[in-house]
Write a protein that binds this ligand. Structure first.
Ligand code: MG
Length: 157
């Protein structure tokens, strides 16, 4: 078995959609990035790549490549899963923490969890999504950014 860790942070700004875990969330601000800036899918993709020893999301999908401008990050996740499967690995379980002062993510955790299960072809009960605020301090607490941490376990397919 292999364990992998992922982390990502993106800045919040007006004029962008807020997409977390592949779910578009109604909010007056969204995350800035070259792609759709989905911190959750980026952290999960990095956790998967890390567990398989396949580098990181910046190696695989560089933010200097125009092909990934406003890209749907679900593509990165699906492609990464395909590479893992080809290398003989399958995800066993995934645990995610989203750090956001706003919006309140408690009511959305179940929707994000179900979408992660769908994207990874896994049962919902092996996916877990937690949400925390920044306690009104630091870049998270001042609602300047949203961050995500993910940990994944892989086993031989
Ligand atoms: Mg990112």
């Amino acid at each position: 078995m292999r364990v992998g860790l992922g982390h990502d942070t993106h800045r919040l700004a007006e004029g962008r959609p807020l997409i977390l875990g592949g779910i578009t969330i109604p909010h007056e601000r969204g995350l800035i990035g070259h792609s759709d800036a989905d911190v959750v899918l980026h952290a999960v993709t990095d956790a998967l790549l890390g567990a398989a020893g396949l580098g990181d999301i910046g190696d695989a999908y560089p933010d200097t490549d125009p092909a990934w401008h406003n890209a749907d990050s679900a593509f990165f996740l699906r492609e990464t899963l395909r590479r893992l499967n080809q290398a003989g690995w399958r995800p066993v379980n995934l645990d995610v923490i989203i750090f956001a002062q706003e919006p309140k993510l408690g009511p959305l955790k179940g929707t994000i969890r179900a979408n992660l299960a769908r994207l990874l072809n896994l049962a919902v009960d092996v996916i877990n999504v937690k949400a925390k605020t920044g306690e009104k301090v630091g870049h998270i607490g001042r609602a300047e950014a949203i961050a995500c941490q993910a940990v994944v376990l892989l086993d031989r397919a």
